[in-house]
Design a protein around this ligand. Structure first.
Ligand code: HEC
Ligand code: HEC
Length: 341
């Protein structure tokens, strides 16, 4: 019957139909291929060991949005990492909120460009992207669930059994595959379509205010917020507190010289990721710049480059903010491939 229907089509219609389909098929699949932006540092993620496939990505997306990964089925990864804010937390949560509305100790960061960064968390406590979800799932402040129990729940679900079988050709779901699926979803969160990227690719010009802001940024901020991702990925103390509540990098290294040092954050999409700093203490970019201008606390581990603060006039602060807003990538925050559907 299918054939006879086709026979009714004129031959050019048939050709158009066949080639048309092929073309859209290719396009659809291309969006699930990992691409390395030319002007970015080389991906740090071990893609050879876990190449992104359409089925793996879609499975990772389903898991990312599934509250089943938490103890009482109330909290998904996407509760704290939302696409509209470049996969940072909603603005209402300076400190993240987990199961039973438990308050965490830190602000959930954006997940943009995870494929290119060397270490994770504000203190660098996790050194491979695949291991991040273990922390999220088992943390009492986040999902408060044991990984063993997650595996039991997943293996009980016929839907997940089929999806894992299709993505990885396995009959029993085990932890490494859960982690690989989540990583496939996260490494595709590439944000390289801001105005700043267009400028770097010579596709768009920056305004004179934005250019002036970029010059100021290069002079005053780039020693730490370096390169196209605005981070040298070092750990520094930027003078927030005399008596910090969070010991930062020391939690990992147990070295007193690392006291209250935090990873220099990327500033990609920073316009959308308020509030700011590891504990979300600043609500606006203006407050952040006021901190660098007049709020630096002199503590033992303060970065030497900040001893005298970063003196900025009101006009200079405004220009830096103009520049920071060129790092916003609305194609990323509205990309339908990440929609939970
Ligand atoms: C209750 C809120 C919450 C939930 C749920 C949550 N996260 Fe997070 N996430 C955070 C916070 C807070 C941090 C920062 C932790 C730190 O620095 O100590 C973070 C950090 C991360 C990072 C590292 C980002 C960076 O720049 O270093 C990744 C990746 C991540 N989460 C992925 C996930 C995944 C995947 C899940 C689900 C399995 C998840 N998160 C669930 C709050 C949450
Ligand atoms: C000495 C290194 C250093 C210099 C110089 C520096 N920063 Fe930072 N910046 C940091 C560190 C470290 C953090 C994270 C601190 C924390 O959360 O405890 C940070 C955090 C930020 C944040 C918050 C980002 C977020 O996602 O929460 C913004 C915005 C920012 N800096 C902008 C700037 C600007 C603009 C300048 C220049 C005027 C500047 N920084 C200069 C090290 C530096």
């Amino acid at each position: 019957m299918y054939i006879s229907k086709l026979k009714q089509l004129p031959i050019w219609g048939l050709l158009l139909f066949v080639f048309g389909c092929q073309e859209t098929d290719v396009k659809v699949d291309e969006i699930y291929v990992f691409r390395q932006p030319e002007h970015f540092p080389k991906a740090t993620y071990t893609l050879d060991n876990n190449p992104v496939t359409k089925k793996g990505f879609l499975l990772g997306k389903k898991l990312f949005n599934d509250p089943m990964l938490s103890r009482d089925g109330s909290v998904a990864c996407s509760n704290c990492h939302q696409q509209g804010t470049a996969f940072a937390d909603s603005q209402q949560h300076p400190l993240s909120r987990g199961v039973d509305d438990r308050k965490g100790i830190r602000n959930a960061p954006s997940l943009a460009n995870m494929a290119f960064i060397p270490e994770f968390f504000w203190d660098g406590g996790v050194t491979h992207l695949d291991f991040v979800p273990l922390n999220a799932i088992e943390s009492a402040f986040e999902m408060d669930e044991s990984i063993e129990n997650v595996m039991v729940k997943l293996n009980r679900s016929e839907t997940y059994q089929t999806l894992f079988k299709n993505a990885f050709d396995i009959d029993e779901i085990t932890t490494p595959y859960l982690l690989h699926a989540l990583s496939q979803f996260m490494v595709m969160m590439i944000s390289d379509n801001s105005k700043y990227d267009d400028y770097l690719r010579s596709e768009e010009a920056l305004s004179s205010d934005e250019l002036a802001g970029m010059e100021l940024f290069t002079a005053k901020c780039e020693s730490c917020h370096a390169g196209v991702l605005q981070s040298d990925f070092s750990y520094r103390n930027n003078g927030l507190d005399i008596y910090p509540l969070d010991s930062g990098r020391t939690r990992i290294t147990e070295n007193a010289n690392d006291w209250a040092k935090f990873r220099v954050p990327s500033l990609r999409n920073v316009e959308l990721t308020a509030p700011y700093m590891h504990d979300g203490r600043f609500k606006t970019l203006d407050e952040v710049l006021e901190h660098y201008n007049s709020g630096i606390q002199t503590v033992k581990t303060l970065d030497p480059s900040l001893e005298n603060g970063i003196v900025l006039t009101t006009d200079e602060r405004a220009k830096i903010i103009f520049f920071l807003k060129t790092l916003t990538d609305r194609e990323f925050t509205s990309d339908p491939k990440f929609f939970n559907n």
